[in-house]
Design a protein around this ligand. Structure first.
Ligand SMILES: NC(=O)c1ccc[n+]([C@@H]2O[C@H](COP(=O)([O-])OP(=O)(O)OC[C@H]3O[C@@H](n4cnc5c(N)ncnc54)[C@H](OP(=O)(O)O)[C@@H]3O)[C@@H](O)[C@H]2O)c1
Length: 325
């Protein structure tokens, strides 16, 4: 697996990482032992950039990742996130206060069973706290050796600039895929100017671009995607038609639709690192192999024509309140 450097001074990581979220929540039933096998196989294949967050499974995802890497910590570039505070039910808040930054980091270190986190992200900006204060507290964690580098998620170009002026930011983790290109206008150019890597989450559009997942009523009731506007009703049917177009081009390329989605992201710049999520060995291996898929200019043009930037219907989340971009 070829490698990419995160930001100007950040670590080198595999060009394609592994998102671990779905191993604990949101995308249907998961099996811990299979998930651990997926993480081990990832490391064997050279996929060493693992992504988790304290809110995934309310801490269970960090514990799972911690168990999986217990004897292989040195092989991993470990990224986690803080800042989203969950209530008893579905309600969510955010906390970017300095006291909370310190408390959240200690809790993540404990759950992961590690003495440092390589890349620590603010998951969502707290509108009540100046970004300089949150990043200032994260910078103290860097100075203490508890975290290696700082990241942000789903912030605006302006917040990214302010944060970076406080302490160098290594990576911006935001949703980016063939189906989600809003950040190309302002946020990605700003990240580039500052030397901040773009870690592309939901690079397969939460499975939609994989071409096997249904939408609407075909999703089980306990699947979080059922609540997402892109998967609902007519939006879902329309978006599935776009996937059919993508599948046709993938067949010409000689790869799967998911591999095409990942290979496309890798063409967007050396500073883009997708982190597809899966809890299945088959998908993990398929996604890792996408690093070897090359696309011609004609194939890229065909993709652009088949899926123009604003062709996908439906918001990414039921409420976009916490998304700055
Ligand atoms: N910063 C943030 O706010 C944020 C938000 C969302 C996600 N993330 C991070 O980004 C990671 C990736 O995003 P994501 O998991 O939401 O979306 P994704 O990677 O776009 O898609 C994951 C879904 O695609 C399916 N899939 C994976 N590989 C496939 C393949 N080769 N063919 C067909 N289907 C395939 C998976 O199936 P199975 O579940 O069956 O394996 C899963 O349902 C997460 O794990 C998480 O770490 C961050």
């Amino acid at each position: 697996m070829n490698r990419r450097r995160l930001g100007r001074g950040g670590p080198e990581v595999s060009a394609i990482g592994l998102g671990c979220m779905g191993m604990s929540e949101f995308y249907g039933q998961a099996d811990d032992s299979e998930s651990i096998a997926v993480i081990h196989r990832a490391l064997d294949l050279g996929v060493d950039f693992l992504d988790t967050a304290d809110m995934y499974g309310r801490g269970r995802n960090e514990e799972l990742v911690g168990r999986a890497i217990r004897d292989r910590r040195d092989e991993v570039v470990l990224a986690t996130k803080f800042g989203i505070v969950r209530g008893e039910g579905e309600e969510r808040g955010v906390d970017g206060s300095p006291g909370y930054v310190r408390q959240a980091a200690e809790a993540s270190l404990r759950r992961l069973g590690v003495d440092h986190i390589d890349l620590y992200y603010l998951h969502r900006r707290d509108p009540q706290v100046p970004i300089e204060e949150t990043v200032g507290a994260m910078a103290e964690l860097v100075a203490q050796g508890k975290i290696g580098t700082i990241g942000l998620s789903e912030v605006s170009a302006d917040t990214l600039r302010r944060a970076h002026a406080t302490h160098p930011v290594t990576a911006l983790q935001s949703e980016y895929s063939l189906f989600t290109r809003g950040l190309e206008a302002e946020i990605l150019p700003t990240a580039r100017e500052l030397g901040v890597a773009l870690v592309a989450y939901s690079p397969i559009s939460r499975g939609l671009l994989g071409g096997t997942l249904g939408t609407g009523d075909r999703l089980p009731d306990d699947d979080f995607r059922k609540n997402l506007p892109r998967f609902a009703g007519e939006n879902g049917s329309h978006n599935e038609e776009l996937v059919t177009e993508v599948r046709g081009i993938a067949e010409e390329v000689g790869c799967t639709p998911a591999q095409l989605a990942l290979a496309w992201l890798l063409t967007r710049g050396e500073d883009v690192v997708p982190i597809p999520g899966t809890k299945r060995l088959r998908y993990l291996e398929e996604n890792a192999a996408a690093a070897d898929v090359t696309l011609t200019a004609d194939q890229l043009a065909a993709l652009d024509a088949a899926v123009p930037p604003d062709s996908v219907r439906g918001d990414r989340y039921p409420s976009m309140a916490l998304i700055e971009g």
